[in-house]
Write a protein that binds this ligand. Sequence first.
Ligand SMILES: [Zn+2]
Length: 131
Amino acid sequence: MKETLIRLLSSSLKSASISAVITGIAYFTYIPLLPVFAITFLGQFVLSYLYNSYLELQAAKIIKEQRLKELDILARVTFNIPCAACKVVNEVVVNPQIDNQFTCPHCDAKNAVYLSAEAALITEPIKVDNI
Ligand SMILES: [Zn+2]
């Protein structure tokens, strides 16, 4: 809270300083000074708000792209799969969301990867003390 207030006062002083410089330039013209100061002072807040909104939008876009890349990496799993033709085991990166194929480096055969799920029964180990 205190830090926010200090930051607000600091930016207000900077904006007032810039507005004072621009108003000082306008002093040598016939333009009324108070409206020049008010417009430049408020205009800086509007511009900084628009600029910060643009930066937040860009940051959100970058974060979204990074999360999509991370999800893509997490979705990929490496399996040791034997070639359907020569039975040599190949290390293949598999993404379950797409059709996966690989070419065997040993025999140049094109292979398709089919995924299947299998269940295993979870059992409790027998305690030796109870026997
Ligand atoms: Zn092969």
